[in-house]
Design a protein around this ligand. Structure first.
Ligand SMILES: [Zn+2]
Length: 242
């Protein structure tokens, strides 16, 4: 047999194996798992032309909760024009599920000023999406709970969101007070998690329970916006849990 004839296909096989192994090494191996698959990487394009990438978390069959500033541009007070929702990101090309149907966006009135313009405020920075179609039966969803300051203060909670193509989970030691909808915590990781859910998974719970949304950080201090009872009440009224 011609030796040169053999070596070329062998070289090609070797190159193929090498190239194929690199994306595999970067894959998110938990992409299809619950609760990871209930977290969306969101590609937002606002009506002002600005773009942003963030996270949202399913909390019912049709409801996704996120930071308000992912739904309204904090610089120009314009609504998101298009949002692509990708659940269970495996790598830069592949995910478990991309939502393609219609949806409604909601932020709280207190996110807006009295004159109708919209301000960026930690205190009011929470919003949600109601999908026209049933998403939760594909992705699963978190429980949702309106915690008291007592529930939050001094407790350790998880947060989970996308940083580039990877899902990162971290722990935060929370501090909250009664007069604010905002709690603070420290994190070891630099933030790329805007809109990511902050949750606990106590023993005996059937799944994770979301108590807040990560909104921003300043130095080593991170800020979360509590889930409040009015958030849950409005989400229920608008069909998030149907
Ligand atoms: Zn803008």
């Amino acid at each position: 047999m011609n030796r040169r004839f053999l070596s070329v296909p062998l070289l090609l096989v070797f190159l193929f194996v090498m190239l194929a192994s690199f994306p595999a090494a970067a894959d998110n191996s938990r992409a299809k798992d619950y609760p990871e698959r209930a977290v969306a990487r969101m590609y937002v394009k606002y009506k002002c032309g600005c773009t942003r990438i963030g996270n949202g978390t399913m909390v019912g069959r049709r409801g996704l909760i996120t930071a308000g500033h992912l739904l309204i541009c904090p610089s120009h007070s314009r609504w998101a024009d298009t949002i692509q929702f990708k659940f269970g990101i495996k790598n830069s090309r592949d995910c478990l599920y991309t939502y393609t149907g219609g949806y409604q966006l909601y932020v709280f009135d207190t996110f807006k000023k009295k004159d109708g313009t919209i301000r960026y405020s930690n205190e009011n920075n929470i919003g949600y999406v109601i999908f026209d179609k049933n998403v939760g039966d594909k992705t699963g969803w978190y429980g949702i709970y309106a915690p008291s300051a007592y529930d939050l203060t001094g407790e350790w909670y998880h947060w989970l969101g996308y940083k580039n193509w990877d899902l990162y989970s971290d722990y935060g030691f929370l501090n909250a007070n009664d007069s604010s909808n905002v709690f603070t915590f420290s994190s070891y990781q630099s933030a790329y998690f805007q809109g990511a859910g902050i949750y606990n998974w106590d023993e005996g719970n059937s799944g994770p329970t979301l108590v807040g949304v990560y909104i921003n950080d300043s130095g080593s201090t991170c800020y979360g916006r509590k889930v409040t009872s009015d958030v849950i009440r409005e989400m229920r009224k608008n069909g998030a849990f149907d």
